[in-house]
Design a protein around this ligand. Structure first.
Ligand SMILES: *[C@@H]1O[C@H](CO)[C@@H](O)[C@H](O)[C@H]1NC(C)=O
Ligand SMILES: *[C@@H]1O[C@H](CO)[C@@H](O)[C@H](O)[C@H]1NC(C)=O
Ligand SMILES: *[C@@H]1O[C@H](CO)[C@@H](O)[C@H](O)[C@H]1NC(C)=O
Ligand SMILES: *[C@@H]1O[C@H](CO)[C@@H](O)[C@H](O)[C@H]1NC(C)=O
Ligand SMILES: *[C@@H]1O[C@H](CO)[C@@H](O)[C@H](O)[C@H]1NC(C)=O
Length: 486
């Protein structure tokens, strides 16, 4: 999710890591660049939902979009696999969650992909939605979970053959948090949840603020220690070169930037843009070519690091950085110029996540000196001030841990927490099993929810094993329910 545009200039100067954070989970913009010819076929529906599930004063409604694929389903009580949509267009998540499609035939499951309110086509107040804080007020995870529960109830009452169907929640990233929280909050509605790459513990007081950027650095170290040294060196080198007009022009030309670097603010934004590229590359460091956020080769961190594989200084370092970042933004060779505002693109989805990050979803981020990123501290007060200036709202840093129990979740059951250890967000995930039925699965060479993606010929043994274990656990949950008919 790109950060809300208005927030970027503010946050980039306080903390690059903060500026990066919220755009990490979602598509660079609402229009998928992926050319997917996967042939997944589904029907699109809309359900009229209350805008406010938790009070009775507001009778406004909106239409929630959801997708259904029934071609694999056993009409006599076959299970429902329910994707708890996250911060973006649900068709994009549907297209990128091949695992559900891959396993639907053997489970004879009905696939449902539910869109998260305020994203994609499920926008409560149309064009007014993002202009008025009172209209954004209902953009919360609690309301989204309630939408899912109401939708499941509706499906079970309206689709013949579903009334006894067990429902399993699936989700990745923020959607993975939602699937875990769905099981915790609505245990009578979903029998279990696969929460893939869900940083459920990346909240205040649960995980050190430096952990995510530390993990990112570890991920790069595995690809190339020299690359890490060069990137660590680059921030002060950029400052040194960018101190003069000639130097700023040099960077502008070498990087083929769309606009010149005029001010120190432009230089800070340039550095934030580079950081976010390194971060995003780690998230999508998949073993085969993919177009999740941008079209990329297999193992893109290694590819981007190859021009940074020997000790470089000054202008040679700038040239190496350009080649590396060009892998991320211009792998197809189509880019006319590199746009340091690209991450800040405020598509509808982006605006939604910026708001969520500024209300409930406060995930503290900082960079310590062991990281390859520029050191920053976490300052909740200044974060809150930036949020206030963007949304006239202030974040509540302890709400998520209060609402969803922080680390005290041992009493819940039937959740799989899977994490790829190359993924920066794994730092905020549940990496060790908490009980027999709260099972952690680590994928040592996996990036951001690799296991949820479609099977690929270049999949590693670790991800194959993770998927097998996930299927076995889901089958165990289903078999513990009443036996299927038909
Ligand atoms: C999802 O895939 C379908 C075809 O498989 C395509 O028509 C649609 O545009 C894709 N949606 C996104 C957001 O990628
Ligand atoms: C970050 O990594 C360094 C070592 O690389 C370690 O000393 C430090 O404690 C780590 N910090 C966190 C929060 O994990
Ligand atoms: C993108 O790649 C193409 C092909 O390598 C190159 O000609 C073009 O200059 C690159 N664009 C940018 C902005 O660097
Ligand atoms: C750079 O991106 C911003 C934000 O998406 C956009 O408004 C601007 O037109 C882009 N500039 C160029 C030259 O493409
Ligand atoms: C945190 O930010 C606030 C507001 O910008 C500032 O007044 C305060 O000094 C900062 N605290 C630290 C420890 O830097």
């Amino acid at each position: 999710m790109a950060m809300n545009y208005a927030l970027v200039p503010l946050l980039c100067c306080i903390s690059i890591a903060v500026a990066l954070y919220p755009r990490l989970l979602s598509p660079r913009n609402g229009n998928a660049k992926a050319s997917l010819t996967n042939g997944y076929s589904y029907e699109t529906f809309y359900l009229v939902q209350q805008v406010d599930h938790f009070g009775f004063n507001n009778e406004d409604t909106f239409k929630q979009r959801y997708l259904i694929a029934s071609q694999f389903w056993n009409h006599h009580g076959g299970p429902i696999f329910f994707y708890t949509g996250n911060e973006g267009d649900i068709t994009w998540f549907c297209n990128n969650t091949g695992f559900m499609w891959d396993i639907a035939p053997e489970f004879r499951a009905l696939l449902v992909f539910a869109e998260h309110r305020y994203y994609g086509s499920s926008i409560p107040y149309g064009s007014q939605t993002f202009k008025d804080p009172s209209k954004l007020n209902y953009l919360t995870s609690e309301q989204a979970l309630a939408d899912f529960a109401v939708l499941i109830r509706y499906l079970k009452s309206s689709i013949p053959g579903t009334s006894d169907s067990p429902v399993v929640a699936f989700g990745g990233s923020y959607g993975g948090m939602l699937s875990a929280w769905m099981r915790m909050k609505y245990p009578g509605t979903v029998i279990g949840a696969l929460a893939a790459s869900a940083p459920v513990w990346d909240f205040t007081g649960l995980t050190p603020c430096s952990a995510v950027m530390n993990t990112t650095t570890q991920s790069y170290l595995r690809a190339s220690p020299q690359c890490v040294d060069n990137i660590r060196q680059s921030w002060s080198t950029i400052d040194k070169i960018a101190a003069t007009v000639d130097g700023r022009n040099y960077i502008y030309n070498i990087f083929h930037l769309c606009s010149p670097l005029k001010t120190t603010g432009d230089v800070a934004k340039f550095k934030a843009w580079l950081s976010s590229a390194w971060f995003d590359l780690a998230m999508v460091n998949y073993p085969y070519p993919a177009s999740f956020l941008e079209p990329l080769p297999a193992w893109p961190v290694k590819v981007a690091c190859s021009p940074l594989g020997s000790p470089l200084q000054d202008k040679l370092l700038m040239q190496g950085l350009y080649k590396a970042v060009n892998i991320y933004f211009n792998y197809t060779g189509q880019a006319k110029c590199l746009n340091t505002s690209q991450d800040a693109t405020a598509s509808l989805g982006d605006a939604g996540w910026g708001y969520q990050a500024c209300t409930e979803m406060v995930m503290p981020s900082c960079v310590d000196s062991s990281s390859m990123f520029e050191p920053t501290t976490w300052n909740f007060t200044s974060y809150s001030d930036s949020c206030y200036s963007s949304y006239k709202m202030r974040p509540r840093q302890h709400w998520v841990t209060t609402q969803y129990s922080g680390k005290n979740i041992g009493d819940t059951s039937n959740i799989i927490f899977s994490n790829g250890l190359l993924d920066p967000w794994s730092a905020g995930g549940v990496l060790n099993s908490l009980s027999d039925s709260l099972v952690a699965i680590q994928i040592p060479d996996g990036a951001h929810h690799l296991d949820l993606r479609a099977a690929d010929k270049d999949d590693t043994d670790y991800v194959k094993a993770a998927r097998t274990q996930e299927k076995n656990i889901i089958r165990f949950w289903l078999n513990s329910q009443k036996p299927l008919k038909g």
